[in-house]
Ligand binder design. Structure first.
Ligand code: ZN
Length: 410
């Protein structure tokens, strides 16, 4: 799938010594430094039927900050993002609206690309749809079958987790809690015939009225997790200790999606899938969880249409920490717009407060698990100092750094 246009990144200030980026890992529950020089980053993409709401934006902006910081450190970034362009929710939405599922997906992918471009998100080098990757996904399922790791219920193929070393290590919940969450998020723990109730579906055999693809093991369509395993392993260069450096997405993917992706990948490669598993918190609205069923989703495109600047959306989503579940509100947007107005004013001054020390502190706060609340406090303080007459800095240097590290181009 076509990605979106590349984003120009100004070089970081000369002489700035970057600390290694340390990120909170969702499975080891510790902060871990990224030490690799070549970064393979896989961020799970959208199911194209409700793009791009603020929950999406918060996730992709968080990973954009990670990518920006790693690039500022001089690392080489390989970044892949997928699109789940065949999935139950997409088919259900298309049926509900009497629309062709392919057309719905394409229109939503287009909208997503436009939003990502406007928000200045660094594009993936491979932006891969599931449908266009069907051949590699089918090959990958064939590998599980050949390795005798699967079983069938009717025409559906499951991975037998008990045969995979590493299961159930790192299960982020008790087994019973995991069963409930698995059921809530597309799993089928109660299906008669399953060996382990958590066994993930690799291939769903053809059902009348559903799209399907021919495969040596029968027509059908792939399960959710195997798609990401196949795409990540096919398009990202391998690291030495784990298949990839970083797997990311929203925190609703910690289980089952990323847990299953990791274990399924390990079953094929016999090595750890990712060195770092990083997740962004969920965005709610005015005290409630933002969800399709409540109909309270806020869309990036609607905010932009109403005149909100993309930089204000970035700042609003950075005012709280990326890992925290947090609320979107009119007040939050006003706080962001006020800070943006102050920045505009400060950067337009003939003389500005010293910039190199504050940029160093901004980089240091980002290195500490993306402490954006602290970053924005530092920026506000710098604006206040500038507006009260402090001098000795360079507005150009600050403006470039805001773009390099935060994607705020003023
Ligand atoms: Zn995924």
């Amino acid at each position: 799938m076509r990605s979106w246009p590349q984003v120009y990144l100004p070089p970081p200030p000369k002489g700035l010594n970057h600390k290694p980026l340390s990120l909170f890992d969702s499975y080891s529950k510790t902060k871990k430094e990224i030490s690799e020089e070549n970064i393979s980053s896989y961020v799970c993409g959208i199911t194209p039927y409700d793009a791009t709401h603020l929950g999406h934006a918060a996730t992709y902006l968080s990973f954009d900050l990670i990518h920006r910081y790693l690039l500022a450190c001089g690392k080489k970034l390989y970044f892949v993002e997928n699109i789940t362009d065949i999935d139950d929710p997409l088919l259900e939405r298309a049926a509900r609206d009497n629309q062709d599922w392919k057309e719905l997906a394409l229109s939503q992918i287009d909208l997503f690309r436009t939003d990502m471009t406007t928000l200045r998100v660094i594009p993936p080098s491979h932006y891969e749809g599931v449908v266009e990757s069907m051949e590699i996904i089918i090959d990958s399922i064939q590998e599980y079958i050949s390795a005798d790791l699967t079983y069938k219920i009717e025409d559906d193929i499951y991975l037998q987790l008990d045969k995979v070393s590493g299961f159930p290590e790192n299960l982020p919940f008790t087994f019973d809690a995991a069963l409930n969450i698995f059921a809530e998020r597309g799993g089928d723990p109660n299906r008669v015939g399953k060996i382990n109730p958590l066994d993930p579906l690799l291939w769903r055999g053809y059902r009348r009225g559903e799209p399907s693809w021919e495969a040596p093991f029968g027509a059908g369509r792939p399960g959710w997790h195997v798609e990401c395993v196949a795409i990540a392993l096919a398009f990202l260069p391998k690291n030495s200790l784990s298949s990839i450096t970083l797997q990311g997405g929203g925190s609703d993917l910690v289980f089952p999606h990323h847990y299953m992706t990791a274990i399924q990948s390990k079953a094929l490669t016999r090595m750890e899938f990712a060195a770092h598993y990083v997740h962004a918190g969920m965005i709610g609205l005015d005290g409630e969880k933002m969800s399709k069923s409540k109909g309270n989703l806020i869309f990036v495109s609607k905010l932009l249409e109403s005149g909100v600047r993309p930089e204000a959306i970035r700042i609003a989503l950075f005012l709280d920490h990326y890992q925290s579940d947090r609320m979107w509100s009119g007040d939050l947007l006003i706080r962001a717009q006020n800070l943006l107005a102050k920045l505009d004013q400060a950067l337009a001054m003939m003389e500005v407060a010293p910039t190199f020390p504050v940029i160093s502190m901004i980089a240091e706060a980002l290195a500490d698990n993306l402490d954006t609340p602290k970053v924005l406090q530092l920026i506000e303080l710098w604006c206040d100092e500038t507006l009260s007459g402090s001098n000795g800095g360079s507005a150009g240097e600050m403006s470039r750094a805001l773009d390099t590290y935060l994607g705020i181009a003023l």
